[in-house]
Write a protein that binds this ligand. Sequence first.
Ligand code: ATP
Ligand code: NI
Length: 397
Amino acid sequence: MTDTPLLSVEDLRTTFKTDGGLLTAVGGIDFEVRAGETLCIVGESGSGKTVASESVTKLIPSPPGEVTGKVAFRDMESVRELADAYPKAVFDVTQAGAGAVDDRDRPGDDDQFVVVERRRNGEITRGYVDLARAPEKALRRIRGGDIAHVFQNPQDALNHCYTVGWQIVEAVQMHEDVSKAEARKRAIELLNEVGIANPAARLDDYPHEFSGGQKQRVMIAMALVTNPDLLIADEPTTALDVTVQSQILKLLGRLQEEYGMGILFITHDLGVVAEIADHVVVMYAGKVMERGTVYEIFEQPSHPYTRALLECLPGGGRAAAGIRGTLPDPTDPPDGCRFAPRCEYAVDDCFEGGQPEEARLTDDHCVSCVYYQSGYDESAITGDDTTPATSGGTADD
Ligand SMILES: Nc1ncnc2c1ncn2[C@@H]1O[C@H](COP(=O)(O)OP(=O)(O)OP(=O)(O)O)[C@@H](O)[C@H]1O
Ligand code: NI
């Protein structure tokens, strides 16, 4: 099973206790990130993208937040390291005779968050860390190591009182047991790698002496310090002008090729999605509306919400007007499809019975919309008379 994703998230649900009641920011979603590939989560402001991405490593303040579900991170270095550090938290499927490690159900006790398969000699061959169950201390190791985050606003993440060099050197020394001089050398290499000109001289500059794009490059350099397997980037280019944005996206693409990392990329901008995504999850009001490869999402958009988002792109016909209406109140979401109240195709069935089960259009392409279930005709939405191949008829499952 070389095809196992680096990260697979199942039924991720994140709620917040608020004065207005229980707010469901992420309402039970699934997604996967493969090594060396980029998954984009796209959707309007407030749809839960940031909360979803921060729930992966539980960067959610708790209380008032609560994260549930399964977040399987399959980086073997992390699995081995945490199995060593937390022997009591290891669930060994081989010993328990519980079958293969990829079984969907969650074996073990609640506090067993490292699931492994071993050879007879004890060597761990496969496994995962369930980040949703891992204690904060273990999560801190993961966050500072094999999973790195890059945020929208480098101002918030960089300390303006220290030089950029000091901050990178500090990060290097936290991760590796090296001398100051070696850490400085590594900092220069990293700045060079992310395209900062004359890096040796820039090391002694303070963050305010860097432009917005350069600051984001510095943040990416800091994320690379630990040589992460997964990079989580939340709108890292939104604050930048288009040319700089495009340079940063290219940089991420190049670094991904070089380091083979998986990238979880959050954006509200389909233009950005087109530039960097391999796979796309379209999210709305805490639920997944549609998922597919970047080609499928752009060439065969199937959910009315995806189609509306695409029409909002420049030249898409809806650019100025946007999608009518606003997101539902996350403390009191609609009963059926989350998008139904704003959907021009909505029928009675769309307003009851929860978010529709995902119908599978191809191996990768799934859509959560009543029109793709049996008894409905999706050509009302896609405008094609030729019914697209609904392989395996999973809409009826
Ligand atoms: N700490 C918190 N406490 C209460 N509610 C929160 C908290 N953090 C986020 N939310 C709520 O969760 C919902 C999803 O927010 P989130 O920031 O994930 O949206 P988003 O898709 O990232 O939007 P944007 O594109 O504007 O960044 C919103 O209704 C938001 O108000
Ligand atoms: Ni956000």
